[in-house]
Every structure is written in C-alpha cells, then in structure tokens.
Design a protein around this ligand. Structure first.
Ligand code: SF4
Ligand code: SF4
Length: 76
C-alpha cells in the first residue's frame, strides 16, 4: 500500500514532501497529501522523516486469501 497520512497527527511541516524521492507528497488546500499514491514504491523515507508519526506505509497491504485452484489444476 502507498504511504498514508493521518491528518489528525500531521502538523503540516512538509518534511515528508521535502524528502520524498518520488515527489509524490504535496501540500493541497492546507493539507499535506499523498497526491500520487500510484507512484509510491513504499521506500519509507516519509515515515522516517515525519516527527509526529502521521505517516504509515505497508509494504504488503491487507492479507489476501490465496486463489482457489482451478478445476483443471485440482485434478492434474
Ligand atoms: S514511501 Fe517513499 S515514495 Fe512513497 S510517499 Fe513515502 S517517501 Fe515517497
Ligand atoms: S512530515 Fe509528518 S507532520 Fe510533517 S507534513 Fe508530513 S505527515 Fe505531516
């Protein structure tokens, strides 16, 4: 999952935006947001630079069930 910012903990200091190597985080309308989440590769720089713990990054996302085998695979 891409970086996510908890606006309740964010003090709008801009450090995450300043240090993101992908230029993915930007100030918008008084908030600091992950403007291009599809381009985030989860490097964690924003998490390390945030001093209020407002940013989280999950490399693996939500657990997902393994796909069920197809009928052909099950009988092979
Ligand atoms: S995890 Fe890395 S690439 Fe993604 S928003 Fe944070 S600093 Fe940018
Ligand atoms: S570094 Fe943390 S507190 Fe500062 S703008 Fe980014 S999310 Fe908000």
């Amino acid at each position: 999952m891409p970086a996510q910012i908890d606006s309740r903990r964010c003090n709008r200091c801009g450090r995450c935006a300043q240090y993101c190597p992908g230029d993915i985080i930007h100030p918008v309308g008084g908030e600091v947001v992950v403007l291009y989440p599809g381009e985030c590769w989860g490097c964690g720089t924003c998490v390390l630079e945030c001093r209020t713990g407002a940013v989280t990054v999950s490399l693996f996302g939500a657990p997902q069930a393994a796909p069920a085998p197809s009928r052909k695979q099950a009988t092979a």
